[in-house]
Write a protein that binds this ligand. Structure first.
Ligand SMILES: *[C@@H]1O[C@H](CO)[C@@H](O)[C@H](O)[C@H]1NC(C)=O
Ligand SMILES: *[C@@H]1O[C@H](CO)[C@@H](O)[C@H](O)[C@H]1NC(C)=O
Length: 258
C-alpha cells in the first residue's frame, strides 16, 4: 500500500510542480505584458493624434499657426468684441493676412456680415472649403506690396493681421494707406508684440523675410508719419468691451480711421 501510495503522491507532486511554476510564470509575466500593451497603445494614440494635428508635416497651416502666437487666430477670438465696437461697420469686412480663409469662414457665420479675404501668400495647401471661398471670389491671393485690387471704400471695415510684420517701412508706407483707401469706416491692425516667437525657419521662404515685431510706440509714430490717425473712440470702446469679458489679446491691436 505504501509502495503504491508513494508513486501516486509523487505523481501528484510532479503534476503539482509544473502547474505551480506555470502559474508563477504567468503571474510574473502578465503585468509586464499588460504594461507593454498599455505603452504600445499610448504610443499609437499619441502618434495618431500627432500626425492628425500636422505634427508630421501633414498640415502646414496648423503647424504654422501653432508656432508662437498668431494674430490671425487672435482676430477670430476678437470678432465678438469688434462687433460691439463697430456694430453696423461690420457688414462688409475685408480681412488681409495669412490663413485668411479661417477668418472669412468665421465672419460669414456672423449675422449681417459679408466677408472677403486677401491672402498675401500662396494658397497651394488650402483645404477644400478654402478653395471653395476662392472659387466664389471671396478670397483671393494678393501681393500686399502693391495696390489691392479693390475700389476705394469697398469695405466698411478692413482688418489686417500678421501680414504687416513682414513688410519693411518702405512698403508699409504704401500698403497702410492703401488698406485705409479701400475701407470706409476704419482699419484694424493686429501685430505681434516684440519678442514673440513667430513663423518657423521653414516658413521663411513663404514670408520672404523674418517678421519684424515693432513696439507700440514705433507703430504709433509710423501711423502719424503716414498720415493715419488712431481712432480713440474705437480704441476705448474695444478696451472696455475686452475688460468686461476678461479678454486679453496676445497681439497689439490698433484702430485707425480710414
Ligand atoms: C515713409 O513716408 C514718410 C512720410 O510720407 C517719410 O517721412 C518716410 O521717410 C518714409 N519712409 C520710408 C522708409 O520710405
Ligand atoms: C471711430 O470708430 C467708431 C466705432 O467705434 C466709429 O463709429 C467712428 O466713425 C470712427 N471714427 C472715425 C473718425 O473714423
Amino acid at each position: 500500500m505504501s509502495r503504491r501510495a508513494v508513486p501516486s503522491r509523487r505523481l501528484n507532486d510532479d503534476a503539482g510542480i509544473p502547474m505551480a511554476s506555470s502559474m508563477q510564470q504567468k503571474s510574473k509575466t502578465s503585468p509586464l505584458v499588460s504594461v507593454g500593451l498599455v505603452v504600445l497603445g499610448v504610443l499609437l494614440i499619441v502618434g495618431y493624434s500627432y500626425s492628425r494635428s500636422g505634427g508630421f508635416g501633414g498640415n502646414k497651416e496648423i503647424s504654422h499657426l501653432g508656432e508662437g502666437a498668431s494674430c490671425t487666430l487672435e482676430v477670430q477670438q476678437a470678432i465678438p468684441i469688434l462687433q460691439k465696437v463697430y456694430g453696423d461697420s461690420m457688414r462688409r469686412v475685408l480681412h488681409v493676412g495669412p490663413a485668411t480663409c479661417s477668418v472669412v469662414t468665421k465672419l460669414l457665420k456672423e449675422e449681417d456680415t459679408e466677408a472677403w479675404g486677401a491672402e498675401p501668400y500662396d494658397l497651394e495647401d488650402a483645404d477644400s472649403s478654402c478653395k471653395g471661398l476662392v472659387r466664389k471670389g471671396l478670397v483671393r491671393v494678393a501681393d500686399i506690396k502693391f495696390p489691392l485690387p479693390y475700389q476705394p471704400k469697398s469695405f466698411s471695415l478692413v482688418i489686417v493681421s500678421d501680414a504687416l510684420d513682414y513688410l519693411s517701412p518702405k512698403y508699409l508706407n504704401k500698403t497702410l494707406p492703401d488698406l485705409a483707401r479701400v475701407s470706409r469706416d476704419g482699419l484694424v491692425v493686429f501685430t505681434g508684440y516684440p519678442g514673440q516667437q513667430r513663423a518657423k525657419l521653414s516658413d521663411l521662404a513663404k514670408f520672404g523675410r523674418p517678421a519684424k515685431l515693432r513696439s507700440a510706440s514705433w507703430w504709433i509714430r509710423f501711423f502719424f508719419q503716414t498720415g493715419l490717425e488712431e481712432n480713440e473712440t474705437a480704441t476705448k470702446k474695444f478696451e472696455q468691451a475686452a475688460s468686461k469679458r476678461s479678454y486679453r489679446p496676445s497681439c497689439q491691436i490698433f484702430h485707425l480711421s480710414s
